[in-house]
Design a binder for this molecule. Structure first.
Ligand SMILES: Nc1ncnc2c1ncn2[C@@H]1O[C@H](COP(=O)(O)OP(=O)(O)O)[C@@H](O)[C@H]1O
Ligand SMILES: [Mg+2]
Length: 343
């Protein structure tokens, strides 16, 4: 098959720790045609969606190590029509560019896209998790999303617990996630002003969420493939921060799923699959779901190292099976059409 990774440029890959590179490596080892293109390189050429791609030339012997493969890979630049690929694998970093999705809309019936465009649209910010329909906060921490500063202030005042989390709806990498404490109420109005109201008169939705006790011990990142967990790790915040994101100074450690985490995956898996969110990374604290990361979840190289697994192999098996299903459906329909035509 031919697969196009829609992601950051080849030169920006970290050859030691990059989940996208592990996926690319797996495809090249299986002798699939592999190209990369960044969202900025999408192009309409004579009304056909194309991309300036970095194509990896086929190689006879592929090194088993990611670092050597990255060095060894021989690449060329080529403009290629996106509908000619069997698969487009979204690995671009957030935030999601809505125009990129419009480009992909034009090929969505021809190409299998991971994750689906509908899923990416629905889950590209934290509203997806906040609106999961869990009014008793069994699997999601009690969450409010609003632009109404009076409403948010009232929720803080009425909260039974001392601590709450305030974060932007569209944030990522831990940016803007702050811990607020009722004992420091004098700052809160000013913080709400800052988060909600922009200087140009526009405003933002913000999330106000129950602080999950135990978060200082770290959160758990679970990778789910087709609704099933395929790997997990713990992320522990640095000593001077409450956020566990690696980009915010958190460190990673081994983690085996608890009973509660397994139950959470079982509960949310079917919805993820229904929404076309085939490969995602969820953030879980104290067994509760905090975020679903749908664009470019990482952690595969770390999990491979500590568990001696090859998570990328499962992911590419799944993608191949989806392409095969599509091909079989096409062949079946052609056979039936011939039967009618020749009757
Ligand atoms: N409700 C919460 N309770 C405790 N800690 C939280 C909560 N929400 C977020 N955090 C901490 O902040 C980090 C980043 O929050 P998250 O919602 O995952 O946003 P981002 O998209 O920036 O990663 C989490 O990994 C966790 O360490
Ligand atoms: Mg997160």
């Amino acid at each position: 098959m031919n697969i196009c990774f829609l992601m950051y440029p080849w030169e920006e890959i970290d050859p030691e720790n990059d989940t996208s590179l592990a996926l690319i490596h797996e495809c090249v080892k299986r002798n699939h045609g592999v190209a990369l293109c960044s969202p900025a390189n999408l192009t309409i050429r004579n009304s056909v969606t194309n991309a300036f791609c970095t194509v990896i030339n086929r190689m006879e012997k592929v090194s088993g190590s990611l670092k050597s493969f990255y060095k060894q890979a021989d690449i060329r630049e080529e403009m290629l029509p996106l509908a000619g690929f069997d698969v487009i694998f979204m690995r671009a970093n957030p935030p999601l560019d809505p125009i990129m999705l419009n480009f992909l809309d034009s090929v969505k019936d021809d190409v299998f896209i991971v994750n689906s465009l509908q899923g990416l649209r629905e889950a590209n910010n934290k509203l997806y998790t906040a609106a999961f329909g869990d009014s008793h906060s069994n699997i999601i921490p009690a969450t409010h999303v609003s632009k109404n500063k009076n409403y948010l202030l009232r929720q803080i005042k009425e909260s039974k617990s001392e601590k709450m989390i305030l974060k932007p709806l569209n944030g990522f990498g831990g940016s803007g996630v702050i811990l607020i404490e009722k004992s420091a109420m004098s700052n809160i109005k000013s913080l709400l002003d800052f988060y909600v109201t922009n200087s140009d008169g526009t405003s933002n939705y913000v999330i106000l969420q129950e602080y999950i006790e135990g978060a200082d011990q770290g959160d758990v990142r679970i990778l789910l493939l087709n609704g099933e967990p395929i790997g997990a790790m713990k992320r522990v915040p640095g000593s001077d921060d409450h956020r566990s994101n690696v980009s915010a100074g958190g460190s990673v450690a081994k983690h085996s799923l608890t009973k509660q985490e397994k139950a959470l995956c079982k509960q949310i898996g079917p919805k993820l699959v229904k929404d076309g969110l085939y490969f995602v990374g969820i953030d879980v604290i104290g067994g509760k779901l905090v975020e679903v990361n749908v664009m470019s979840p990482g952690g595969v190289t770390y999990m491979n190292k500590v568990y001696k697994t090859k998570i990328q192999s499962k992911v590419i098996d799944f993608v191949e099976s989806k392409v095969m299903d599509k091909l079989k459906a096409f062949q079946r329909r052609s056979r039936l059409r011939d039967e009618v035509e020749n009757a």
